[in-house]
Design a protein around this ligand. Sequence first.
Ligand code: FAD
Length: 210
Amino acid sequence: MHSFYAHERNKVIKQTKLLDVVIVGGGPADLNAALVLGRCCRNVLLFDDGHPRNEVSHTLHGFLSRDGTPPEQLRAIAHEQLAAYPSVQIDQDRVVDAARVEQGFSVTTRDGRSFLARKLLLAAGVVDKLPEQPGFRELYGIGLFHCPYCDGWEMRDRPLAVYGRGDEKEGGMALEMTHWSRDTVLCTDGPSELSSQYRHRLEANVVQLA
Ligand SMILES: Cc1cc2nc3c(=O)[nH]c(=O)nc-3n(C[C@H](O)[C@H](O)[C@H](O)COP(=O)(O)OP(=O)(O)OC[C@H]3O[C@@H](n4cnc5c(N)ncnc54)[C@H](O)[C@@H]3O)c2cc1C
């Protein structure tokens, strides 16, 4: 977030209504917080510029009552239900600056508007850093995944490759994947950093190393 000059900020704050809560982010945590706050009659302004972490994903799984639902449908249902609470507003601008001020917090959006709230909730999400290798970005969410709990079931009993060079993390993931498929290979992309203990465990579980 960019810094915002203090005298400019103070000028805006004098003209701004004090909200109860500004929420930065529109993921499930943010939307659920907005729902509970709306039900508590709080004035809430939620900012979501619409690039969720799972925007490449076609369906979400393992979320009780919404298993197999497209992620945008989950968001649409949440927005529809929030519309019943008039004290909750959703804004599609991006928050680019936030600061502690006397009354609470000020936030500034990309289009230059400023808002003031007693509380600021930051749940702006995670950004996944993909390996640079060709094809990773194109296949992400289609045939390449980061979470077996989200997408492992759909890939069960198929030949699976786990990518990574480390020891416990990737070795552990390769071992874990044998719950979904006994045909699993760990691709270390160069010399592996696996300890002999992990190598033995992988061998014992018929996980190939490549
Ligand atoms: C490929 C893939 C598949 C997945 N599958 C599943 C699954 O099957 N089941 C499951 O439970 N989970 C799944 N997940 C994880 C799930 O998507 C996340 O746990 C969930 O979306 C919460 O993510 P988040 O907290 O990172 O927020 P996000 O969902 O990323 O939401 C954050 C939102 O805030 C907005 N935002 C961020 N900063 C600002 C700002 N400064 N101003 C305005 N708006 C802002 C973003 O644009 C975004 O829309 C999957 C993730 C990926 C990547």
